[in-house]
Ligand binder design. Sequence first.
Ligand SMILES: [Zn+2]
Length: 124
Amino acid sequence: MPLIIIILLLIGIPIYFFPSLVAHSRKHPNLTSLFVLNLLLGWTILGWVGTLAWAYSKKHEVIVEIKSTSQADTQDVAMTKKCPFCAEEVRVEAIKCKHCGSDLSKSSSVETADPHVIRSGRVN
Ligand SMILES: [Zn+2]
């Protein structure tokens, strides 16, 4: 094999997979699909540039997204409880379930109450 081909491969392969390397070093969440795109469309200039742009752009957005949803989740968990009548999430301060209209003012004891009380609280 001529030396020039080996040199071209040594230089060309890292350049060709540069978007994937960027995505990998940035711990891109869509690394696999990005690599596939890089592999299949990298030979087109547009595909290569697009993959590179994707490798640089997405990570920040996704992290912000994850942060905001996890914050919202923890807030939701802290602020809500499960309605003992319909098992829907309702606010902790609620005295009446917005889903089934049950009285929740003494809900902590209702969870162990007998089924007749629960049935009478439901409107079907
Ligand atoms: Zn309910």
